[in-house]
Write a protein that binds this ligand. Structure first.
Ligand code: C2E
Ligand code: MG
Ligand code: MG
Ligand code: MG
Length: 279
């Protein structure tokens, strides 16, 4: 039993901690069969150019658990990583998302996230090349999003992988920029096409001058290096207008469009959400 702190409260281990652990164990066990059981699905969130047209969509993974309901990726992806399942799940998502993307206008890009285990997987570049070939999608329509955490280890191999993807024609985005370790050496050494500014800096953009200064600097940094910039988590018209004025290339967030199932994209495009941005 757990020790108590004298007022009857468990100090080191509480009943509710046990419940949380049991729930995590249940989810973890469920993950093993989730792919075979068809419990994963993909939503697509629009990426909108500040010139006001749709650039493409980012694929976002969801898990519909038979008992718990829909579980967000931040909860189950780290578990899948730890259990060595993420590479297989990621391959499923890549195929699925490419198959959705071939039905879109041919200039639309498809953004796909790669977790550290997926990026470090030996066969990644071959698998990406094969999938593009199989589905019949041009490599330059695919944007792979990685975070700085992916680049922390094995730097020489990382550079090889990024260069191989680059040679294939696939584009690489640096996701959640400004969080994690934000070492600028990555920007010097790796051929990114796009930097995605983390939503943390966009949230209070209208009220906070520090966020404004940081965002302005990231835009200048990216453009100075010949990279594009996307702002994540744009929720208001005010944020969108400010980012547009400052020369940010693309916007993503609830103001421009929520993540949606593939079948909803047609109707979304007919409503022309990019009209939200003044040009
Ligand atoms: P991310 O790649 O940075 O994706 C953006 C997240 O912000 C998504 O959360 C999206 O739904 C959410 N978001 C978009 N616009 C707004 C907004 O205006 N306001 C707020 N508050 N949030 C917004 P989601 O779908 O829960 O995904 C979370 C993270 O999980 C993703 O962050 C990504 O790192 C990871 N992830 C999602 N799908 C995949 C996948 O297929 N593979 C891998 N490896 N990771 C994935
Ligand atoms: Mg992303
Ligand atoms: Mg992000
Ligand atoms: Mg994120």
């Amino acid at each position: 039993a757990a020790k108590t702190d004298g007022r009857g409260r468990a100090r080191t281990f509480t009943r509710s901690m046990l419940v949380v652990l049991e729930q995590r164990e249940m989810l973890r066990r469920g993950l093993r069969s989730a792919l075979q059981e068809g419990q994963f699905f993909v939503e697509y969130q629009p990426l909108v150019k500040t010139s006001s047209s749709i650039a493409g969509f980012e694929a976002l993974l969801r898990w519909r658990h038979p008992l718990v309901g829909i579980i967000p990726p931040n909860v189950f992806i780290p578990m899948a990583e730890a259990d060595g399942l993420m590479s297989e799940i990621g391959q499923w998502l890549l195929e699925r998302a490419c198959q959705a993307a071939i039905t879109w206008p041919p200039h639309f890009t498809l953004a796909v996230n790669l977790s550290p285990a997926e990026f470090l997987h030996e066969g990644l570049t071959d698998r990406v090349a094969q999938t593009l070939d199989l589905v019949g999608i041009r490599a330059d329509r695919l944007e792979l999003e990685i975070t700085e955490s992916v680049l922390l280890e094995r730097t020489i191999n990382n550079l090889d992988t990024l260069n191989t993807l680059n040679v294939l024609g696939v584009r690489i985005s640096l996701d959640d920029f400004g969080t994690y370790y934000s070492s600028l050496s990555y920007l010097k050494n790796f051929p990114f096409d796009t930097i995605k500014i983390d939503q943390y800096f966009i949230k209070d953009l209208e009220a906070d001058e520090k966020s404004q200064t940081i965002v302005r600097s990231i835009i200048a940094l990216a453009h100075g290096l010949g990279m594009n910039v996307t702002a994540e988590g744009v929720e208001t018209g005010g944020q969108a207008a400010w980012l547009q004025k400052e020369g940010c290339d693309r916007l993503q967030g609830y103001f421009l469009g929520f993540p949606m199932p593939a079948e909803a994209i047609g109707a979304f495009l007919r409503k022309s959400p990019a009209g939200l941005l003044r040009t």
